[in-house]
Each structure stands twice: as C-alpha cells, then as structure tokens.
Design a protein around this ligand. Structure first.
Ligand code: COA
Length: 539
C-alpha cells in the first residue's frame, strides 16, 4: 500500500478561511441537532410533564440498555426538520444501532415528548428505514414503545399505503420469521395499531403504571359497549402479564425494564459486533496519518472550487494508505483499496465530472471488489456524467450505464457519503439512495438535485422559449422564471431539506464519518458471505 502524500498546506490562508467557513456549518448542524433533542413549539412543557411522571427521556432510555462506553449510531436525527410547522423534532422517534452484550441491535424508540410519540409521515418513514437497515444487516430490533400511534390529522399519509403503518408490522412479522429477534418494552400507550408492536414481538416487557396496551382505549370502550373502565385495568402491566399473556415480564420501573431487556439480548444467540466472518479481510485498525479535522479546511467555502477527493480519503482511511487502481486513466474518478477501522474496502471517489473512461474504470473496479468480496465506499462529489457532442459520440450513455449496472448488481455491502455535489445520473452511478447502499450519510456542504440551480435556470428558460408559450413570453417572465427556479433549486438541494425527507440516513459531521463507516462495516462483517459473483470484464 502507499500512503497518500497530502498536498494541503494547513498553515495557508485559504485553508484557514475554508476551515472557518466550515466551522460555521458544523455549528449550525450542532444547533439543529440540539433542537431535535429538546426544541419545538410547546416541547419544554411536554418534557417537564414527561419527567414529572417519573419517565426517562428517550435517548437516556437507549443509554440504559446499551453497553457502557459503546457508541450509538443514531440515524436521521434531523428527520422532519422544517416540516409540519416544526412540530416534530426528529420526527418524534429515535432510531439507531446500539450494542448490547456485544450484540449490535437496532433501536426504534418513540419520543413521547413530541406529540405524544404519535407518528407523522416522516416518523413512519424513519421507522420503516430503521427496519430495512435491521433486516439487511441482520440486527435484532428493540422497540421502546411510548406512542399515540398514527398522527391522526394526517392519517391518509401514514395509514393506508405500502410503506405506511401497516408496513411496519409486516416487517416486524417477517423479521421475526427470519430469525431476527423482535423485542418490545412498553413504556406508554400502545393503542389501536400500536398494540401490534408488542403483540408481534418475540418477547415483551411492560412497565407497571406507565405501560398500557389496548386495541381500543377507555373512550372507545365506553362508546362501543357502554363499559366504564380505567386505562390501567383495561390494559396495564398486571392484566397483560397475569391474564392476557400479551406481555411476558412486568417491571416496576424503567431501570428494571432495561435490565430485563439486557438479559433477553444475552440469550439471543446472535453474532457479536467483533465476530467478522472468514470472507472479510479485517486487520488491526490504525488511525489515518492525517487529522480528520483537516477536512474542514480542504472543502472550499465556495462550492464551485474543486478539491482532490484523495485529500478526504487520506483523512478517512487507516494510515492514509490507498492502493490506487489505474491512477493514470479516467482521472475524474479515484478508485483504490484501503482499510477503514481495519476493514478492507474499495473506495470510489469523484474528482468532478464523470467521463466515459472514468465510468469504465469505476465499473472495472466494482467488478473486482465484487469478485474479491470487498465492500464499497462511494464518496460523491460530481455534477454528473459528461455531456456534449464528443462525449455522446464516445458512448457516454452506454459507458455510464455499465457503471450504473455494476453498482446495481454487485452483491458486496455498499456505503455512500455525499461529500459534495450529487447531481443528475452521477447520483445513480455513485450509488445514490435508489441503488440501496446499506447506509447513506451526507455532509453539511453537500447538495443533491437533478442539476445545479444555475443550470436549472438556463434549462427551464430555454424550454419556455422553445415551447408553445414562447411568443407570449416577455423579458419579465424570463426574469421571474429564473428567480423562481433558482429559489426552488437552492431550497430543495439543501442537505437539511434532504435529510428532513429521509433521502439519507443522517446529516453528519465529516470528522465522525470514518467512525460511523467503521461501525457500519463491522455490522456487515458478521453476516454470511454475499452470494453472486460476475466475472471481471476489462472495460
Ligand atoms: N394523533 C394526533 N395527535 C396525538 C395523538 C395522535 N394519535 N396522540 C397524541 N397526540 C397529541 C395530543 O393531541 C397532544 O398534542 P398537543 O401537545 O399539541 O396538545 C400531544 O400529542 C400529547 O398528548 P396528551 O394526550 O396530552 O399526552 P399524554 O401523555 O397524556 O397521553 C397518549 C399520550 C398517547 C396516551 C394519548 O395522547 C392518546 O391516547 N392518544 C391517542 C391514542 C390513539 O387513540 N391512537 C390511535 C392511533 S391509530
């Protein structure tokens, strides 16, 4: 392997200016993450009431279940940001991977301080996404249930469709059938559909005094049957552990419940986080030779100025070592073998526009990684595939398609980080969301859209001037179209807009990315060898 020799002068003025600009972006990210934890209209009162009831805050609950000193990989923390009148910080649900007795588990935990833990459209999407990750990475799932169920004012957006509320129960049932344990702790209301979360679990703990499970709450029972009954008698811990058998264990407080969950997990007979399978090439981890915090100074404050993706790789991979593949060919894509936290990976990073040769090189490299059973890490920073007469004549469409095809069909685990622009079909070839990377993270400087705002302005004006309405279009119309399109593209390509809508698994600080990828790779390394191979065609 050869160590990347950084060309960055960390004492230069541009470096300091970039670093200062990026520090502001990171400060904004931290502020918004903090808002997801404790912000939102009327939230302070909800939190106060929650604590006054002797209940534990959602992240502390997860902390009480997981092994001391182990990381929690929280996902999509800023889901719903800027939506629903800012009424759903974090979409009212915390999801992520935590370690219990060395076994990685997916956590799906309602935040009862956000609209009673009820589920808005983004909350359902986040719940479903956590289950998809659990299924693909073969993780047991722990549900910490404290929820009012479907957010009723938006019931048409959360109830009926395939990936809505019903889909969460479908996944729960299917995962249990696949031998992926489903465990619930009932810490609040589980009403109507919500009752199926514990009812479909392999094992259920319910906390006396706060946990309630019923298909119809007291008001419905009164309306339907004229029966008057209090919630505890109808669906409390006593009735469910003694009479109905809907729950298996009673806990007299939350701490006892989490100790019981830990005991359940200790019996699951699932692979530990530190048990890589023989197909995985894992070595002793080594830190990068260059400080990951230097990434702040490498990314230009003005996004139009390019940077060499090798400089990022040098700050993300072990010992900054990269065995680069075809370094003299198709130079706008950098491919090479490296390690992240000891795990062998194939890195594919953009240095701008993707040309035919770059696409062919990447295709060849993906084939090799698939053949050798090496997971792939994509670092996206591209305005897309090259357009123009020469490029079309050179077959960019078919060469780009080879890359897209290789990404779609390779069976090794794939991970994607948006480290800059993610535009057009470049998003596809570089393993965007549609290509099902196991995890996809974005950086605060990233942008995602069909094309940049500048290009979109020109394209849409040209379409108007070439169409039926051309003769009636005034200069004022053109100016208005330009302004509207720019505003739309700038708003919609913003990474907060993207993360709010779950187009990623989290907007993250570049400095933490290596550690996050290390954990994600460790999850895959416990799994059986991927099955299909295709031969390596020279491109
Ligand atoms: N849809 C919409 N809003 C809901 C909701 C739901 N399913 N469940 C709770 N909320 C809202 C409340 O309107 C309230 O909003 P506000 O703060 O803007 O006034 C907030 O969440 C807190 O609810 P509240 O009832 O004050 O809290 P609580 O802790 O006393 O009770 C529940 C929590 C979940 C037990 C209770 O709200 C409840 O029973 N909700 C309805 C459950 C239900 O019937 N669900 C059916 C879904 S299919």
């Amino acid at each position: 392997m050869s160590r990347i020799h950084s060309q960055i002068d960390t004492r230069s003025e541009p470096f300091a200016a970039n670093r200062a600009a990026y520090a502001e972006q990171v400060a904004t990210l931290r502020e918004r993450l903090q808002w997801a934890i404790e912000g939102g209209a009327g939230r302070a009162r909800s939190i106060e009431r929650h604590l006054a009831r002797g209940k534990v805050m959602v992240r502390d609950r997860i902390d009480m279940v997981t092994d001391e000193g182990t990381p929690f990989l929280e996902l999509s923390s800023l889901a719903a940001w800027g939506q629903y009148d800012d009424g759903f910080p974090g979409a009212g649900i915390v999801t992520g991977v935590g370690i219990v007795h060395g076994i990685p588990c997916m956590f799906v935990a309602n935040d009862a301080t956000v609209k009673g833990g009820s589920l808005a459209p983004a909350s359902i999407k986040k719940h479903v996404r956590a289950q998809q990750i659990a299924e693909e990475n073969r993780l047991p799932t722990v549900y910490l249930v404290d929820s009012g169920g479907a957010f009723l004012p938006r019931q048409d957006e959360v109830f009926p469709d395939r990936d809505h509320f019903g889909g969460t129960f479908y996944r729960q049932a299917r995962m249990s059938a696949q031998g992926l344990p489903q465990i619930s702790v009932v810490l609040g209301g589980c009403t109507a559909g919500g009752a199926y979360v514990p009812a479909l679990s392999d094992e259920v703990v319910i906390v006396k005094g706060i946990g309630r499970i019923f298909l119809g709450g007291p008001p419905i029972v009164k309306a339907a049957l004229g029966e008057i009954v209090d919630p505890e008698t109808l669906g409390g811990a006593d009735v469910h552990t003694r009479e109905s058998g809907v729950a298996d264990y009673i806990a007299y407080d939350e701490a006892e419940a989490y100790a019981q969950v830990r005991e359940i997990v200790s019996t699951l007979n699932q692979p530990r986080i530190d048990q890589p399978q023989p197909w995985c090439d894992v070595a002793e981890p080594r830190p990068p030779a260059y400080d990951p915090a230097e990434i702040y100074g490498i990314i230009h404050a003005d996004a139009r100025n390019p940077f060499d993706v090798r400089e990022l790789v040098a700050r993300m991979v072990d010992d900054s070592d990269l065995a680069e593949f075809k370094p003299r060919y198709g130079e706008s894509i950098v491919c090479g073998f490296a390690r992240i936290w000891g795990h062998r990976v194939g890195v594919i990073g953009n240095n701008g526009i993707i040309f035919s040769e770059s696409a062919l090189k990447a295709t060849h490299f993906i084939e090799m990684c698939n053949q050798r059973r090496i997971p792939l890490v994509f670092l996206q920073n591209t305005s897309g595939y090259m357009v123009g007469k020469e490029s079309e004549a050179g077959g960019i469409a078919k060469n780009g398609a080879k890359m897209v095809d290789a990404v779609a069909n390779c069976t090794v685990p794939k991970y994607t980080v948006l480290v800059g622009g993610s535009y057009g079909a470049g998003n596809y070839g570089m393993c965007g969301r549609g290509f099902e990377p196991r995890f996809l993270f974005t950086w605060p400087n990233s942008r995602i859209a069909t094309m940049s705002a500048e290009t979109a302005e020109t394209v849409l004006v040209d379409i108007r001037l070439g169409g039926l309405k051309a003769s009636q279009t005034t200069e004022a119309d053109v100016a208005r179209i330009r302004a509207e399109v720019r505003q739309q593209y700038e708003q919609q390509s913003d990474p907060y807009y993207a993360t709010s809508r779950l187009w990623d698994d989290g907007l993250v600080d570049p400095v933490h990315t290596r550690d996050m990828l290390g954990l994600c790779l460790a999850l895959a390394s416990r799994q059986p060898e991927p099955d299909a191979r295709y031969r390596v065609f020279r491109m």
